[in-house]
Each structure stands twice: as structure tokens, then as C-alpha cells.
Design a protein around this ligand. Structure first.
Ligand code: GDD
Ligand code: MN
Length: 385
């Protein structure tokens, strides 16, 4: 019994266990599939899973981020005729990793697999992954593109280089010897995932690396080679911002316990804002012969606006504001930064008049202003939960 259910039934009475088994209601394996505009891949994927797992009680949990092509609706239509198909639809949220985390937490199977919807991962490995987890002392089986026998398929050379560099950088936060820490295709014991879940960063695309770096104990691993297939329908969501998100994951795991990574990004964008401010002020005075007050106001407005948009795209990419909420967010941001600037000047002037060195007063004023802007905008502009 321990093998099939991962030992989870031990605490129930034998009558309960027997009825659960007789009804055979509870899936042994949940395959968590994040989706963003993957409508045409859903049916083929479920058909492939059906063919690949004939002797396993499995379910597939799609986690869709409100795709504009109505992927979620499509999944639910399929779910109405196939009880193994389930769907979580998230509204106003984005992110492959957080989608995977929520998918696992919404189900109860003792084994969970992570797989892309676009048919690029080799579903025929799933049965073998499950058998290894059920029969051997292994916590995590990884589908590897870099293990002997695996391959990247038809990837452009630049993407191969980026992937290889990312794999090297992964060693900064994951000490285990593993050929493909950036794989998006793996299966693990639920306990292994649950023991790390509160420490997961959830940043970006790399849920496997996040899991490896967040686990309280080294996971017992096995790697199985597979060939990464080409996408048939839809488009890849991997863009340059995914690289930024990868940096966010690395930063969070390296220094996130000291300072929140969002704050670091916010502060870096603040420095860019300062550079923008100074160049506009200088150009306004030098080339346009503006009065100082006018040039300074123009510079402040431009810097605040560009900071708002940069933060919206980079710092808060996972909850980016759009449409009317974008406009509303911009005005709350102006208001908050206005108060932040007043606090900054007020505190710096007070410290300076209290005989602090000019640069100590200046730096402390900037820090107070930045912390205020960050804290208030995270509550009122981007509403971090
Ligand atoms: N819910 C949700 N939210 N799903 C998303 C999001 C998101 O913000 N972004 C992407 N997805 C889904 C896609 O719909 C797809 O099912 C899967 O996540 C992978 O996205 P792709 O856009 O196909 O990524 P890729 O093929 O370039 O990269 C994949 O393979 C790499 C190599 O294994 C990802 O799995 C990477 O994490 C992996 O490193
Ligand atoms: Mn893909």
C-alpha cells in the first residue's frame, strides 16, 4: 500500500482505506500544467497523457492565467466530459512558477508532475518517473535535456547559449550536481514539494531550480534524458523579461533573506530615475533656457512617470497594471512619491540643522523617501497581497 499512495493512507482506518481504494476516487498522480494562450494544445495534450498513462489513476490540473484565447473555457469544456481534467483560472495574475505552486496546492495526489502545455515535453517518460518514485528512495525525477541521450531539439544557437549560461548561473544557488536545473519537466513526491513550499520564491519561469534551492534538505534526484520537441501550436512566452525574472530568482535566493528583492529593483529603478531627472534638468537649463523651477518640475514629472512604468514592467511584472488601472496606478504613484519627496527633504533638512554631516543627512533623507515610496506604492499602487 505504501508504494501506490506514498504512505499517505497510513493514518486512516483500514475500512476507510478500503472504501477509498474500492471507489478509486483519489488520483495517484497530478500533472500540473501552466497555460497562457495554449487553447489548441489542450486536447492533444490530454490525448497524449491518456495514451501514456494507461494504468495510472491520474488527473491533470491546468493553471491558466486568464488567457485571451479562452484556454480556460476550452479546458472546462473538456472537463465536463473527462473528470481527470481540472482547471484553475487566475485573474489579474501572471507567472509560470506561481501557477505551478497553486496547482500543486489545489490537489492532493501523493505524486505531482510539472509539464508545459505545448507538447514540447515527452509525456512517455511520466510512467517511468512515477515508477521510480514509487519503488526507489528518490524524491524528484527530472526530465533532462542535457543528460546523455537528451537534447534541445531544434533550438536557435542564441537560445542554446542563453540556456547554457543560465544553467551555469544556477550553481550559485543550487549546489547539487545536476545537468538540467532549468528543466520545466519533472515529477516529485508531494512531501518534497510541501517541505519547501513556504520558502519558494515563485519568481519567474524556473520552478525546478526554485524547489532545489528552497528545499530544507538535499533532494534525492534522478535524471532521465529527453528530447525537447518543437512547439506545434501557439507561441513561446519566453521573452527578454524572463531573463530579468531569472535574475530576480537568483537574487532572491542569494540575498532575499536580507532585503526584499522587489525593494532592490525598486531602488535600482530609483537610481535610473535620478539619472533621468538630472539629464532633463540639465537639458532644460542648458538648451531650452527654462527657469530653474520649471526645469526641475519637468524633470520630476518625467522621472516619476518613467519610474512608474519601469516598476510596472519589471518590479511588478507579475501583477502588471493595464488599462484604467494603469492610469489610476500612475496617479497614486505621483501622490505617494510627492509625499516621499517632502519627507526626504524634511528629514534631511532636520538632520542637517541638527549638525549631521551633509552627506549623512542627504543619504538618510533619500533612504526614508525610498522606503516610503516602496512601502506605500506596494500597498496602494500595486496592492501586494
Ligand atoms: N499560467 C501561466 N502563467 N502559464 C504560463 C505563463 C504564465 O505567466 N508563462 C508561460 N506559461 C506556460 C505556457 O503556456 C507553457 O505551457 C509553459 O508555461 C512554458 O512556456 P513556454 O513559453 O512554452 O516556455 P519555453 O518552451 O520557452 O520554456 C520552457 O521550457 C524550458 C526548458 O525546459 C519552460 O518550461 C522553461 O521553464 C524551461 O526552462
Ligand atoms: Mn514551450
Amino acid at each position: 500500500m505504501r508504494d501506490a499512495d506514498g504512505g499517505r493512507l497510513e493514518r486512516f482506518s483500514s475500512a476507510q482505506v478500503l472504501s477509498a481504494k474500492a471507489l478509486s476516487l483519489a488520483p495517484v498522480l497530478t500533472i500540473v500544467v501552466p497555460t497562457l494562450n495554449e487553447r489548441d494544445n489542450i486536447e492533444p495534450l490530454v490525448a497524449l497523457l491518456d495514451a501514456a498513462l494507461p494504468n495510472v489513476n491520474w488527473e491533470v490540473m491546468f493553471v491558466d492565467d486568464d488567457s485571451t484565447d479562452h484556454t480556460a473555457k476550452h479546458i472546462r469544456a473538456l472537463a465536463s466530459v473527462d473528470a481527470r481534467v481540472r482547471c484553475i483560472q487566475r485573474i489579474g495574475r501572471r507567472g509560470l512558477s506561481t501557477a505551478c505552486i497553486e496547482g500543486v496546492l489545489a490537489c492532493s495526489a501523493p505524486y505531482v508532475a510539472f509539464m508545459d502545455a505545448d507538447l514540447q515535453h515527452d509525456e512517455t517518460l511520466l510512467a517511468c518517473m512515477l515508477e521510480i518514485l514509487q519503488k526507489e528512495p528518490v524524491d524528484l525525477v527530472i526530465g533532462s535535456r542535457y543528460a546523455a541521450g537528451g537534447s534541445l531539439g531544434a533550438w536557435a544557437t542564441t537560445r542554446v547559449h542563453i540556456s547554457q549560461m543560465g544553467t551555469k548561473l544556477a550553481r550559485l544557488i543550487c549546489k547539487q550536481d545536476i545537468s538540467d536545473p532549468l528543466s520545466g519537466f519533472f515529477m516529485c513526491r508531494r512531501e518534497a514539494f510541501e517541505s519547501a513550499v513556504r520558502r519558494l520564491s515563485g519568481q519567474g519561469f524556473k520552478i525546478l531550480l526554485d524547489l532545489l534551492a528552497s528545499s530544507p534538505r538535499p533532494l534525492r534526484l534522478r535524471e532521465l534524458p529527453f528530447e525537447f520537441r518543437s512547439r506545434r501550436h501557439g507561441e513561446s512566452k519566453l521573452d527578454t523579461l524572463v531573463v530579468w525574472e531569472y535574475c530576480a530568482l537568483l537574487a532572491e535566493k542569494l540575498i532575499g533573506h536580507i532585503v526584499p528583492v522587489r525593494f532592490i529593483f525598486f531602488a535600482l529603478i530609483g537610481i535610473i530615475g535620478l539619472a533621468i531627472h538630472m539629464s532633463i534638468l540639465w537639458s532644460g537649463l542648458t538648451f531650452m533656457a527654462l527657469e530653474f523651477g520649471v526645469a526641475q518640475s519637468l524633470a520630476t514629472l518625467t522621472a516619476m512617470t518613467s519610474n512608474f512604468f519601469l516598476n510596472n514592467i519589471l518590479t511588478y511584472r507579475d501583477q502588471r497594471l493595464r488599462g484604467w488601472r494603469l492610469l489610476r496606478g500612475l496617479f497614486t504613484f505621483y501622490g505617494i512619491c510627492g509625499i516621499g519627496a517632502t519627507a526626504n527633504v524634511g528629514i534631511a533638512s532636520y538632520l542637517f540643522s541638527a549638525n549631521q554631516k551633509w552627506w549623512v543627512a542627504g543619504v538618510l533623507g533619500v533612504i526614508v523617501g525610498a522606503v516610503w515610496n516602496y512601502a506605500m506604492s506596494s500597498i496602494f499602487t500595486w496592492r501586494v497581497s
